[in-house]
Ligand binder design. Structure first.
Ligand code: DGL
Length: 276
């Protein structure tokens, strides 16, 4: 890792794919002169179906790369990677500031009138010990209905943000929250705000939806000491840069920011190793 602080002039942001753009969007608004690098680990998305070990391995490889490119702050714009990797990242780079993304249980508790909160997340976040601990720490006697939502991220990654099939899937995942009568629901995956109207329609207009990306961006902005340099946005993907460029233009409407491909060390896949 570089130790000269003048060479650590970027904010590195990562997610399994396009979800972290919801955080990046806020960050760009708060820090218009910062130099930002976003890494979408598209080739390995979704993280939500992966093992904790795989998620940690990807997060370590990505962070190493972002540091090599000059990151002085890392924003983990992914609930799943935060749940399974932030401790390992902090242990490996103790001097580097990390900002994680976690569902806002505390604000949800403050917002709920009937004491029943829903939390929509990826399967890997929903089953994580870190989420259980967060709920135990902050639920304050409220019931928290945690729903893992397999399948949603795949649609969004493919550029589908409003098909009938996706709406039906969202509806299904929201049923346990409706049955429990929650009055507040947390979007516990950074992809989910990209289809916020679908969640709202499935839960009903009287359920308050809470998202976390503004708070994450504010925390990152507070930690960032501006370095005099050329502002800019560089987007990298382990997948197909042309496909990501098209996704960004279509879904976010952004025309700026370079998008390039990046090769990072892959996961060890023992079943594919040649036999001796
Ligand atoms: N956007 C991520 C999150 O916040 C990961 C989604 C996924 O890859 O499953 O959890």
């Amino acid at each position: 890792m570089q130790t000269d602080s003048s060479s650590r002039r970027e904010i590195g942001v990562f997610d399994s794919g396009v979800g972290g753009f919801t955080v990046l969007r806020e960050l760009r608004a708060l820090l218009p002169t910062a130099r930002l690098r976003y890494l979408a680990d598209t080739a390995y998305a979704p993280y939500g179906n992966r093992s904790p070990e795989d998620i940690r391995a990807r997060s370590l490889a990505i962070t190493e790369h972002l540091i090599e490119r000059g990151a002085g702050l890392i924003v983990i714009a992914c609930n799943t990677a935060t749940a399974h990797a932030i401790d390992a990242l902090r242990e490996r780079w103790p001097a580097l500031p990390f900002v994680g993304t976690e569902p806002g249980i505390k604000p949800a508790v403050a917002a709920s009138r009937n004491g029943r909160i829903g939390l929509l997340a990826t399967p890997a976040t929903a089953s994580s010990a870190r989420l259980r601990a967060l709920i135990a720490r902050h639920a304050d006697g409220h019931e928290v209905v945690v729903q893992g939502c397999p399948g949603i991220v795949e649609h969004i990654e493919a550029g589908d943000v409003d098909s009938a099939e996706l709406r039906a899937l969202v509806q299904r995942h929201c049923e346990p929250l409706r049955a429990a009568g929650v009055d507040t629901a947390l979007l516990g995956c950074t992809h989910y705000p990209l289809i916020e109207p679908l969640w709202q329609a499935a839960l009903g207009a009287d359920v308050r939806l809470l998202r976390i990306e503004t708070a994450v961006a504010r925390r990152a902005a507070a930690l960032w000491t501006p370095v005099p340099d050329r502002a800019g946005l560089h987007i990298e993907t382990t997948g197909d840069p042309a496909a990501l460029r098209a996704w960004i233009a279509r879904v976010l409407g952004w025309r700026d920011g370079e998008v390039s491909g990046v090769a990072l060390p892959g996961l060890a896949m023992p079943q594919r190793q040649p036999r001796p």
